[in-house]
Design a binder for this molecule. Structure first.
Ligand code: MG
Length: 451
């Protein structure tokens, strides 16, 4: 059976692999899986193909007896928050940070978390077998509309200290990437008392400002503005506003792992301990600050749904990934971009300018490399590598993580490309580069031996 769901739902190029037939049949499969009579909340980011796909998925769902609440355009975490409060299942039509010609369909469980592998596999099985449970004409689903934005925004406001933010009068530049963040974050930050200047804050699925991935390269306008004396902070979301990236008051691009570490530190301190969850690919700085402040850290495989579920299971206070996807347990178990923006603003007002906070963190250097690897060799390569490094201290939570005196190396197959990814980290740039390069060479060598 072909695998439909990737790390973040089903994605593809519109009217090539992501078309109305697929969307409608997937709607039928999802509806058959959750069962007739259940209520499905469905929302989209700002892509041009959203209406086409939303209507097709909804038709499929109604044909098997599910009722629909159409949430319109909204950040993915707002759809997730709404689903947790008011529906039995959620669907987000989004391709997150992918180019505008892509779109995707992502399912959300009744608790607001993304579905995990075995659930998606059950839906796939129904999809491919076409075992759809159509209902009689009287039981066909209904459709109403509702607004998830206020619910989401107000629940964040309640968690943030508005008074101190208003007093500080922080001047913020916000780049919404013409995505779903346009609907919440500008208004929320203003309500919290920030002086907000926006960039790319009109919803537009052609992404005229820049591609919707918040990379340093794509955020040049934001960086330039923030580096002027006028502003204290730059904030950027990806296309569906579940991730947030920050620019410090000097225009410095702050890597996601720094924010992950800062927020983990603040929350563990506030709680006098607690569990933090993050994938094995995250910087050791997270573990350092969590343990220094009396908390404990649990590592998982890469992927935000995995992190979220583990957090629930172990009653963690916080979790997240180095790509700007942060999860606050006391709000909801999913990546939460507007919540992240609000929390970091509160932290800066309370603790000082972002550049200084980042300077106070443990300093590690990270290096990423890639090695081409045919899909059919991925498993064999991993087995071989486990043999090669069997003398070392290893962890196979996801791929292979090897711990050395001077740092660590993580080698894992890409979920989306014919590729192995290598991550190396140590306190020293030269050592990190050496570790990454040595392992890249070794992988090439092992690959040659099994090809
Ligand atoms: Mg996203």
């Amino acid at each position: 059976m072909t695998e439909m769901f990737g790390t973040n739902g089903v994605r593809g190029k519109v009217n090539e692999d992501m078309d109305t037939e697929l969307a409608m049949d997937l709607g039928k499969a999802i509806g058959t899986w959750v069962g007739k009579g259940n209520v499905v909340a469905i929302g989209t980011d700002t892509r041009i193909s959203n209406y086409m796909l939303k209507n097709a998925v909804s038709s499929g769902l109604m044909s098997v007896g599910c009722d629909i609440i159409d949430l319109g355009e909204a950040p993915t975490p707002a759809i997730q928050y709404y689903t947790k409060q008011k529906a039995d299942l959620g669907i987000a039509i989004t391709a997150s940070h992918n180019p505008p010609e892509f779109n995707g369909i992502k399912c959300i469980d009744e608790d607001g978390t993304e579905l995990i592998k075995w659930m998606e596999e059950e839906i796939e099985e129904i999809y491919f077998s076409e075992d759809f449970e159509y209902v009689g004409w009287k039981e066909v689903g209904e459709m109403i509309t509702d607004d998830p934005l206020r619910l989401y925004s107000e629940s964040i406001e309640e968690k943030i200290d508005k008074e101190s933010i208003s007093e500080a009068g922080l001047k913020v530049v916000l780049d919404c990437a013409n995505g779903a963040g346009c609907y919440v974050t500008p208004y929320l930050l203003r309500k919290l008392g920030c002086d907000v200047t926006t960039l790319n804050a009109q919803p537009d699925g052609s992404f005229p400002g820049h591609n919707s991935e918040p990379t340093e390269e794509n955020l040049q306008d934001l960086i330039e503005l923030t580096s002027s004396d006028e502003f204290d902070l730059g904030i950027a979301h990806d296309g569906d506003a579940d991730r947030t990236i920050f620019i410090d008051e000097n225009g410095g691009f702050i890597h996601g792992d720094k924010i992950l570490t800062l927020v983990a530190k603040r929350l563990v301190k506030e709680n006098g301990g607690g569990i933090v969850v993050t994938p094995v690919s995250s910087s050791s700085s997270v573990e350092d600050v969590v343990e220094e402040n009396g908390g404990s850290l649990i590592y998982t495989a890469v992927g935000s749904p995995i992190v979220a579920r583990k957090m629930k299971e172990v009653d963690a206070i916080f979790g997240g990934e180095e790509n700007g996807g942060l999860i606050f347990a006391d709000h909801q178990y999913c990546r939460d971009a507007a919540m992240t923006a609000a929390f970091v603003i509160e932290m800066i007002v309370d603790e000082g300018p972002l550049s200084e906070l980042v300077d106070g963190l443990p300093d590690y250097s990270l290096e990423k490399k890639g090695v081409h690897c045919e899909e059919e060799l991925k498993e064999a390569l991993l087995e071989e590598l486990k043999e090669v490094y069997s003398e070392e201290e290893i962890d196979d939570t996801d791929g292979l993580k090897i711990y050395y005196e001077e740092g660590w190396v993580l080698i894992r197959p890409s979920g989306t490309e014919p590729k192995y990814r290598i991550y190396a980290e140590s306190p020293d740039k030269e050592t990190t580069e050496r570790l990454a390069e040595e392992h890249r060479e070794k992988i090439e060598e092992v690959l040659d031996s099994i090809r």
